[in-house]
Write a protein that binds this ligand. Structure first.
Ligand code: UTP
Length: 233
């Protein structure tokens, strides 16, 4: 059985901030505090609709893609600050701006909440790299779909949800989805490759109900997709 001591929880912006609502942040804060009583917790927060809106406007104004990414990063960090506010004294007061800083400040015993770090990726990659760097026992990706599908369920009626996949299968699925224009996969390719190279046990689940995160971290129970190497006990 997997013994989880360090967990990285990635919360999609579309889950925590589809629109700005303080109660949503409070709900998540409650769940994270509960988990932090028993585990070391790192949280990575996405940008959601606000990030997309800002990026859309920046593109219209002629900003290049790197500038758009920096704007996206700023929004993820704003959402991180909102979650930190909801966590109060239990959280480190600043979102770290890189992985080393995240690990350093975690030694003070507080919950670490961060957003994006560098252009060219999404917070999926941040969460996977952080999980690799701090040697997390589990990476939880709370998103707006209920797991990993064989294909994009929005466009392919044959797509089936998978209960378990190996990291190698995940990379193949993500590559297949991401090669189609405009398609978005459940995790970005960088995240999938990091999960594969370090064999990070990962659960992708629907974050609509934050209690699903307690179930997986504290009770080893979930209805999402588990990504785990077939040779990992
Ligand atoms: P998100 O991680 O929220 O992207 O980062 P997403 O996958 O579009 O969002 P969800 O899952 O639907 O909520 C928002 C944007 O911030 C930039 C990217 O432009 C990304 O699309 N970003 C984020 C970076 O450039 N680097 C990072 O490390 C993180």
């Amino acid at each position: 059985m997997l013994i989880i001591m360090i967990v990285v929880i990635s919360i999609g912006g579309s889950v925590i901030a589809p629109k700005l609502d303080f109660e949503r942040f409070e709900e998540y804060a409650e769940v994270i505090k509960e988990i932090a009583k028993e585990r070391t917790v790192f949280v990575v927060v996405g940008g959601g609709a606000a990030a997309r809106e800002y990026i859309h406007v920046a593109r219209k104004l002629g900003a290049n893609e790197t500038v758009c990414d920096f704007i996206g990063i700023d929004v993820t960090r704003l959402n991180a600050r909102l979650l930190i506010s909801a966590l109060g004294g239990d959280a480190h007061p600043e979102p770290p701006s890189d992985y080393k800083e995240a690990e350093n400040v975690a030694s003070w015993g507080k919950i670490i909440v961060m957003g994006g770090v560098i252009p060219g990726q999404t917070t999926d990659a941040v969460a996977a790299i952080l999980a690799e760097y701090v040697q997390a026992d589990l990476l939880v990706n709370a998103t707006c779909v209920d797991g990993v599908y064989t294909a994009n369920p929005d466009s392919d009626p044959e797509a089936k949800k998978l209960d378990k996949v190996t990291p190698e299968q995940l990379v193949k699925i993500v590559m297949k989805t991401e090669t189609k224009a405009g398609a978005r996969s459940v995790l970005d390719l960088t995240a999938a490759k990091i999960i594969e190279r370090s064999n990070i046990t990962t659960v992708v689940l629907n974050g609509a109900d934050p209690k699903n995160i307690i179930d997986v971290v504290l009770r080893n129970k979930h209805v999402g997709t588990e990504i785990r190497s077939s040779c990992k006990k």
